[in-house]
Write a protein that binds this ligand. Structure first.
Ligand SMILES: NC(=O)c1ccc[n+]([C@@H]2O[C@H](COP(=O)([O-])OP(=O)(O)OC[C@H]3O[C@@H](n4cnc5c(N)ncnc54)[C@H](O)[C@@H]3O)[C@@H](O)[C@H]2O)c1
Ligand SMILES: O=C(O)C(=O)C[C@@H](O)[C@H](O)[C@H](O)COP(=O)(O)O
Ligand SMILES: [Zn+2]
Length: 366
């Protein structure tokens, strides 16, 4: 672990010609222009895409840093929240990029949480058939998960992330100073994905998660560890064709259905995933070998971060099942569902049937 004034070493995401670095540290926004310039020296005009909460806090620092590095940035701001991750908003952003005069030699900077990363990444992927983009994640969730791996896209009203493509960023800058302005709810939701990473890959991380909750852990180290887990999984199966990257979907089959059924923005992504994690962990005790003690440990961690464990009463099981059937892991009417053998060891199971999913939803009502 480096001393507090030393930046953590960057994480290298090794994807051959699409490889990139994830910088993790403090005070990185100020030097963002130089960093971007070293990755994209021959590109000048760019769109800095942000939201109405993050823009007023951090856009000026980013714009100034880009200008000092000789770039010509145009700021594009969408309303904060999940509702902006839509086809309609992507059309608006793309039109703004045209109005700003961006061409095939331009690039995009995604400044914000996972909503901005997914939306801006998608716009970069499709603008004039693809221009590069840099991720500048400003939430715990986006730093440990969404800014790495190149999944970009938007929601449909009844299906999460249903439209999108893989488009890797050319660089990721995770400045932990930006987390200082996160409200408690947005801070906590990021830990759903951190707990997910521990569940699927690294049981030894549970202690670090507890330590951070108790105010004695090293958050830079924890975020860097999570980025390294995400990078390793993505490197092993970039396009989710081998059943390895699918493990990052632990808790997401029902979690995504709950997020969409509740109405985008009512539950934050991490909150919906907390419910999905509970359901998937419970199913791991029913269909797989997870012990009830391990299940209780996962619940205790989610509780530590005030994450929801009970389904909102107004969400109907049949509606949730209908949305669940649109999950990208449903093939020929059969679900490939991610379960745990034990904490730290996940696998894709074909043994989970619709009846099991309904039972798990009932469990979430207790
Ligand atoms: N592409 C992927 O691999 C991937 C992975 C996980 C999640 N996601 C997606 O990410 C999205 C969730 O991301 P999120 O949780 O970051 O949500 P978000 O981007 O909506 O951010 C949450 C809220 O925090 C605000 N905010 C962001 N940074 C802030 C800061 N530094 N200070 C104060 N407020 C700040 C935002 O304005 C927003 O209101 C979902 O759409 C989810 O599907 C994608
Ligand atoms: O990067 C991945 O792969 C993930 O599954 C990470 C998830 O946390 C994330 O929510 C992702 O957007 C889900 O993707 P989807 O393919 O299930 O829509
Ligand atoms: Zn997720």
């Amino acid at each position: 672990m480096p001393p507090p004034d030393q930046p953590a070493s960057p994480v290298f995401v090794n994807l051959g010609p699409r490889s990139y670095l994830v910088q993790v540290g403090r005070g990185l926004l100020k030097t963002l222009g130089e960093e971007v310039n070293s990755k994209l020296p021959d590109r000048t005009s760019c769109a800095v895409i942000t939201d109405s909460t993050v823009g007023p806090l951090y856009a000026e620092t980013v714009l100034q840093s880009l200008r000092e590095a000789g770039k010509k940035p145009h700021l594009i701001t969408v309303p904060a929240g999940e509702a902006s991750k839509s086809l309609a908003k992507s059309e608006w952003v793309l039109s703004e990029m045209v109005t700003a005069g961006l061409d095939r030699k331009s690039f995009v900077v995604a400044l914000g949480g996972g909503v901005i990363g997914d939306l801006a990444g998608f716009c970069a992927a499709v603008y004039q058939r693809g221009i590069p983009y840099v991720q500048v994640p400003t939430t715990v969730l986006s730093q440990v998960d969404s800014s790495v791996g190149g999944k970009t896209g938007v929601n449909l009203p009844n299906a999460k992330n249903m439209v999108g493509c893989f488009h890797q960023p050319v660089h990721v800058i995770a400045d932990l100073d930006t987390l200082g302005s996160l409200p408690a709810r947005e801070w906590n939701e990021g830990f759903a994905e951190i707990i997910k990473h521990a569940c699927i890959r690294d049981a030894s991380m549970l202690q670090a998660i507890e330590d951070v909750a108790a105010g004695k852990g090293d958050i830079v180290d924890l975020i860097r560890r999570n980025i390294a887990i995400k990078a390793a999984v993505v490197e092993a199966d970039e396009h989710e064709t081998l059943g390895i990257r699918a493990l990052l979907n632990f808790g997401h089959t029902l979690g995504h259905a709950i997020e969409a059924a509740a109405g985008y923005g009512r539950l934050l992504h991490g909150e919906a995933i907390s419910l999905g994690l509970r359901a998937a962990a419970w199913l791991s005790t029913q269909v797989g070998d997870l012990t009830s003690a391990e299940y209780e440990r996962i619940l205790a961690l989610l509780k530590l971060y005030d994450l929801p464990l009970r389904l909102p009463d107004d969400l109907d099981t049949e509606e949730l099942m209908r949305i669940t059937r649109t999950d990208k892991k449903f093939e020929n009417g059969k679900i490939r569902f991610v379960l745990l053998r034990k904490i730290g060891d996940a696998y894709v199971s074909k043994d989970v049937l619709e009846g099991h999913l309904k039972q798990a939803l009932e469990e979430l009502r207790k």
